[in-house]
Design a protein around this ligand. Sequence first.
Ligand SMILES: Nc1nc2c(ncn2[C@@H]2O[C@H](COP(=O)(O)OP(=O)(O)OP(=O)(O)O)[C@@H](O)[C@H]2O)c(=O)[nH]1
Ligand SMILES: [Zn+2]
Length: 395
Amino acid sequence: MAQHLWQRLTPSCCQQGKCFNFSHLQVSKGNKESPIMTFAPDLTERLARARADLRMGVPVVVCDGDVAGLVCAAETLTAERLADLAGMDAVLAITNHRATTLKVAAYDGDLARVILPKSADISWVQAMADPTDDLRSPMKGPFKTAREGSAVVHRAGIALTKASRLLPACVVVALEDGLAFAAQHDLTRLDAETALATDFSPLDPVISAKLPLDVSEAGRLHIFRPEDGGEEHYAVEIGHPDRAASVLTRLHSACFTGDLLGSLKCDCGPQLRGAMAQMGAEGAGVLLYLNQEGRGIGLANKMRAYSLQDQGFDTVEANHRLGFADDERDFRIGAEILRKLGFSQVRLLTNNPAKVAKLEGSGLTVTQRVPLKVGENSHNTAYLATKAAKSGHLL
Ligand SMILES: Nc1nc2c(ncn2[C@@H]2O[C@H](COP(=O)(O)OP(=O)(O)OP(=O)(O)O)[C@@H](O)[C@H]2O)c(=O)[nH]1
Ligand SMILES: [Zn+2]
């Protein structure tokens, strides 16, 4: 018997009226005459949509129980949209790292909610978020910060801006009815819990094909795609590694400037080529090319960090002045790809003990750390020394 369209498109849990899945909720609220179908985005899809909206400068509505806020990324907020917020109580949420630089008290621990002064215009918002001109024209306080009420929506806003690879700062305005506001202005709405979830998004293998390389003719490239709409990551398999043995492995974080342009500011390019050459010489290995540019802050923010380094700050100070932690990468991605490829033990090419610890924390066995010391030059000596002094890298 032909199924009614509602039945074909509605999860069976919802058809039975037993569904507690938020992503199916709209379906179960629909009725057979006017069903709202599963075409509606689920939580993960809403999250991806929120990231894309913020990158374009479109605000999103974030809800935490009865509390709701309109979240605008500071970096992409326009003067027109800021003008529309006039008369509403707006705060600028910044991370504790950025707050320290601006000498703002971070009463919420990991963040501060700076009350927008009446005179605040778009250049004030951008200068608070972006440290590029901190030295030339320091931001003048005193800054008033919010201490009462919940900071959950603000924390979620900062997490969203980071995930969007924008500066980690957002303007937030409290809303009485987040649902109605989102519907009225056609804005993406999501729960703070979803934005703050640290769950790992599953990665799906997309395709793999032979790729003869100069280091080994027996090369193969695998593409993995995260289900949360994030960036794809790649695995280069060299030779025919024995899945039962410990494989020579490199977790390489993308560095457009070093890997592609031959930048002398870091050691990434020589490390990439050195690791592949070693795998080719041994006849087997796996190089993961993880799209976590700039230790997870994205290329634009890395270049902001470079511009701060031009002003005399080191690589860690630059990240902090921007509002980021030293390292924003998630190494569970690497562990997951290795597992999907059938590897459980690795000999890891790295000088970074934190990488070893994080991989082991994700359930892989690191049987050996293999040092990878190549590419030091007069431009990156100080950078490598800072990583050794502040980030625990082994010289
Ligand atoms: N934010 C930021 N990222 C940088 C900077 N220089 C290089 N990177 C990024 O750092 C990542 C490479 O990290 P490294 O710390 O060199 O290496 P590691 O992967 O932690 O350790 P190794 O395995 O020993 O190489 C790449 O994503 C680069 O784009 C910088 O000054 N600031
Ligand atoms: Zn680099």
